[in-house]
Design a protein around this ligand. Structure first.
Ligand code: SF4
Ligand code: SF4
Length: 244
């Protein structure tokens, strides 16, 4: 998703440009978009989903997630495992059962977001595009808003923040073309970005900071806060897979 900018279609929305849209129960299309979709799980999406499910990371990975290689970047890419009927396992008649913790793709939809690193000291560049999927009746609703209002309404800001941090790895300047990770590297990737239950003891182990160049304050922060641990995982992986 992060790197799908080159493949995305749809009309680009300029900052401040208004559009008419609303998604709510009562629309005839309600819940129909929670099926037959690829539902990517970025590292922060997984962290939030795991919080919603209150289950160990390894269990969520085993039961709810599929792993593939991103066709563009080659990075391991996780997505929600749909039911045999092609439906998201979290949808109910009343709507999304993990709504407060739903992933980035569900918050952004029916827009699409593409982002690129902004360079040294600059914010990442992001664009939003309209995805006018057939059958989505929300586009016929009168509510007028712009991208900033949509971001606010959908609670996207914390997701954008950590997703943007992950660009340090996913779009690392030392990466040459498509990534091809071996089994051990894939295991490290999953542990550091998704299975934080497994990464935490590694980060807490004697000599970890010295070996990988993290000072004690950074480690203390990471060991006290899961989001900081995830960011440590991003920087650790960038070092071990691509060099600092
Ligand atoms: S996570 Fe929730 S919003 Fe997203 S597809 Fe599943 S049920 Fe729908
Ligand atoms: S309005 Fe669009 S996004 Fe909302 S439930 Fe209907 S199809 Fe899904």
């Amino acid at each position: 998703m992060i790197e799908s900018g080159g493949e995305l279609g749809g009309q680009r929305l300029a900052p401040g440009q208004s559009f008419n849209f609303a998604c709510r129960p009562g629309l005839a299309c309600f819940n129909t978009c929670c099926r037959d979709k690829r539902l990517p799980l970025l590292p922060y999406d997984f962290l939030r989903l795991r919080r919603a499910l209150e289950l160990p990371a390894a269990q969520v990975l085993a039961q709810r997630v599929e792993l593939e290689a991103d066709p563009v970047s080659g990075w391991p890419a996780l997505r929600i495992r749909l039911t045999d009927q092609g439906v998201c396992p979290f949808v109910t008649n009343e709507g999304c059962s993990v709504y407060p913790h739903r992933p980035t793709c569900c918050r952004v939809y029916p827009l699409a977001r593409a982002v690129r690193p902004g360079g040294k000291g600059r914010k990442p560049q992001e664009i939003f595009l309209r995805q006018e999927t057939p059958g989505c009746l929300g586009w016929e609703e009168p509510d007028e808003l712009d991208v900033a209002a949509w971001v606010e309404q959908q609670g996207l800001a914390p997701y954008q923040k950590v997703n943007n941090y992950c660009l340090r790895l996913f779009m690392h300047p030392a990466r040459q073309g498509k990534v091809s990770l071996n089994q051990q590297q894939t295991h490290a990737f999953i542990s550091a970005l998704y299975n934080l239950d497994a990464f935490q003891p590694l980060a807490a182990s004697p000599g970890f900071g010295e070996k990988f160049g993290f000072d004690q304050d950074r480690l203390d922060l990471a060991l006290a806060d899961e989001e900081e641990l995830l960011k440590l995982g991003v920087d650790w992986l960038a070092g071990v897979l691509l060099g600092k």
